[in-house]
Structures are given as structure tokens and as C-alpha cells.
Design a binder for this molecule. Structure first.
Ligand SMILES: NC(=O)c1ccc[n+]([C@@H]2O[C@H](COP(=O)([O-])OP(=O)(O)OC[C@H]3O[C@@H](n4cnc5c(N)ncnc54)[C@H](O)[C@@H]3O)[C@@H](O)[C@H]2O)c1
Length: 314
């Protein structure tokens, strides 16, 4: 199969590329390395990497025309500066529109999109969140622009699947609490954890369901990719300590959550479990150990967040 992966040098995209290459697919990546890393991708005879932006309509049309992909996985996104609304709009709205229209022109058989759980708002109305929950992205530029992008995917008339994701983690992940804990613990800086819970999904489990969607399983529409159960940030921190074989002199500080921080975010994965015959299988400690192993080998030059929180540890 010929698969075009936007954002293929990023965390999720590069894991997908690795798996596609091992099953002998031909893969083309477009990435501008805003948050991706060149060393996330290993040269391979079936891999073509185009450095450029999906906001460049001529480039996108040319690349789609030359490669003629059968499937598209649209993983490129802008999120690293919560105040850079223009870049979020350019990449997540205009860039997505470019990718969608080029996919239509190329006769792509299915387009896969990744959506943030923030599309349900900073304070979702129910837990676990079902697919019937209204879209309320107004709390962040990232969510607004990703939701507009998802609407363009919907409008396309293509066969599409939008995976709305819990917190993905694993090797090459540079956002969220795990890389921050690693960085601080290995540079002797103090840490604190928020008194909140989140639903974490190991990247290999996520790629399993993406591959099933690429082979035609599932129906057009949105799906939740999540474990369906939450863990406390303290548990994630403890798993990080264990993977690093560290013990602290005193217990880590647990800070009360701020007014705009939601206690838990739980996505209901039942439709995904049923339609894809899929569920999360990697235990937290195994996944955290794999991520820590990668941080040790490759290092962390920088970490990213789409959040704008006063208490963020940098
Ligand atoms: N990681 C998560 O927990 C999570 C949760 C919800 C949704 N998502 C979505 O999953 C997708 C992949 O996220 P990720 O975690 O791998 O992030 P990532 O930052 O590692 O990957 C995004 C990639 O897109 C590239 N990119 C950014 N702007 C671009 C542009 N204009 N043109 C071309 N490439 C561009 C970046 O360089 C990067 O390689 C994104 O669409 C994101 O919104 C991720």
C-alpha cells in the first residue's frame, strides 16, 4: 500500500512509519520539523521524506500528484505555542484543508485524522466522555483549530476516520508530564505532581488501531482511542522513578489542581473496542520503561506543551 503520512517525523507519525515499512508499504512523509526530529526516521528504500509545510498548497498538490497515495494519515499539527493562533490556524486549518483537498484529487481511499480530547472543552460535561458529547473547543487555540480541521475532514466526502486521543506516551514523546519528569529527575531538579488523573495510551497500542483502520476496519466517523481507565499523575511519576531505579529522600509534593484544571479526562472507547476488535494491552510500567529507555539513549533537547498553566514545571 502507498501511505502518505503528514507529520511523519513526529512522535506518533514516526512510529506509524516504522510499522508501515516493516510490512513492506511504500511511505511518503511531509514534515517541517517544527516539533518533529530528523533522527525519528531511519532511511529506508521504501521511505521518501519531503521537508516542507502542509500550508504550502503547491507543494502539497505536487507531492500528492507524484506519489498518488492510496491512504493518508494526517498527523501534522501545530500546538507548541498556545499564543501563536496564526500558526495553529495555518497548519491545523489551512494545512488540513490542503491535505483534504489533495486527498480528494488523488482519489485517496481513506484519510485518518487525529483529534485532541480538548475538543470536548476544558471541563467536559460527562465522565467517561461519549462520542455524543458536544464539541466545545473554545478553551484553546489548539482545540479550536484541530476541531475546524476535523470539520474539513468531515466535509470532504472522503472515507475518513478521526481518532480522538487520550494522552499518548512512549519513546519519542516530547509533550505531557513524562518527558518533564524524566528531564527534571535526571538533572536534579525538584518535581511536583498535580492531584489529577488522566487516561494514558502507549503509542504501540495506538498504532495497532491505526493499522486496522488503514486496512479498512471501522466505519467513517470519529472514534476514541483510550484505555477507558485513568491513572493518577502520582502513579505516572512513581512508574518513572521505578524505570530510573530512583528513590527520593521524601515523598513527591502533590499539588491541588487549579480551578481550570479538570480532575480527570476519560474517553469512552467502547465503539473502538467493538468495531476494531481492539483494546489497550500495554501496562503503564512497561510503557513508561520503554519511554525512559528512549530518553536515556537519545536525550531530550526540548519538550512541548499546548497548555497554558501557571503551575507548569519547565
Ligand atoms: N500525543 C498526543 O497525546 C496527542 C493527543 C491528541 C491528538 N494528537 C494529535 O496527533 C497528531 C500527532 O501528534 P504527536 O504527538 O505525534 O505530535 P508531534 O509534534 O510529535 O508531531 C507533529 C508533527 O507535525 C509536524 N508539523 C507541524 N507543523 C507542520 C506543518 N505546517 N507542515 C508539516 N509538518 C508539520 C511536526 O514537525 C511534527 O513532526 C497531531 O495531529 C496531534 O494534534 C496527539
Amino acid at each position: 500500500m502507498k501511505v502518505l503520512v503528514t507529520g511523519g517525523a513526529g512522535f506518533i507519525g514516526s512510529h506509524l512509519v516504522d510499522r508501515l515499512l516493516t510490512r513492506n508499504d511504500r511511505v511518503l512523509v511531509i514534515d517541517n520539523y517544527t516539533t518533529g526530529r530528523r533522527d525519528n526516521l531511519t532511511p529506508h528504500p521504501s521511505l521518501t521524506v519531503v521537508e516542507g509545510s502542509i500550508t504550502d498548497r503547491d507543494l502539497v498538490d505536487r507531492v500528492f500528484g507524484d506519489f498518488a497515495p492510496e491512504r493518508v494519515v494526517h498527523a501534522a499539527a501545530s500546538y507548541k505555542d498556545p499564543d501563536n493562533w496564526a500558526e495553529d490556524s495555518r497548519t491545523n486549518v489551512v494545512g488540513t484543508a490542503n491535505v483534504v483537498q489533495a486527498s480528494k484529487a488523488a482519489g485517496v481511499g481513506r484519510l485518518i485524522y487525529f483529534q485532541t480530547a480538548l475538543c470536548y472543552g476544558l471541563q467536559p460535561l460527562e465522565q467517561p466522555i461519549t462520542l455524543d458529547h458536544p464539541l466545545l473547543p473554545q478553551g484553546s487555540s489548539y482545540a479550536i483549530s484541530k476541531t475546524a480541521g476535523e470539520y474539513y475532514v468531515r466535509l470532504s466526502g472522503l472515507d475518513w476516520v478521526s481518532f480522538r486521543l487520550a494522552n499518548a506516551y512512549g519513546p519519542r514523546n516530547l509533550s505531557g508530564p513524562l518527558p518533564t519528569f524524566y528531564h527534571r529527575l535526571t538533572t536534579g531538579k525538584p518535581c511536583f505532581v498535580m492531584d489529577t488523573r488522566r487516561d494514558f495510551i502507549f503509542v504501540d497500542d495506538l498504532i495497532d488501531v491505526v493499522l486496522r483502520a488503514l486496512s479498512g476496519r471501522g466505519r467513517l466517523g470519529p472514534y476514541h482511542v483510550s484505555s477507558g481507565s485513568d491513572v493518577s499523575i502520582k502513579e505516572l511519576f512513581d512508574a518513572t522513578l521505578k524505570a530510573l531505579h530512583l528513590t527520593l529522600d521524601r515523598a513527591v509534593e502533590v499539588r491541588p489542581r487549579s480551578a481550570d484544571d479538570v480532575y480527570t479526562i476519560l474517553l469512552d472507547p467502547s465503539k473502538t473496542n467493538a468495531d476494531f476488535a481492539w483494546r489497550v494491552s500495554t501496562p503503564l510500567e512497561t510503557g513508561v520503561a520503554a519511554a525512559i529507555d528512549w530518553y536515556k539513549r537519545f536525550g531530550i533537547q526540548q519538550t512541548f506543551t499546548h497548555l497554558k498553566l501557571g503551575g507548569e514545571q519547565k
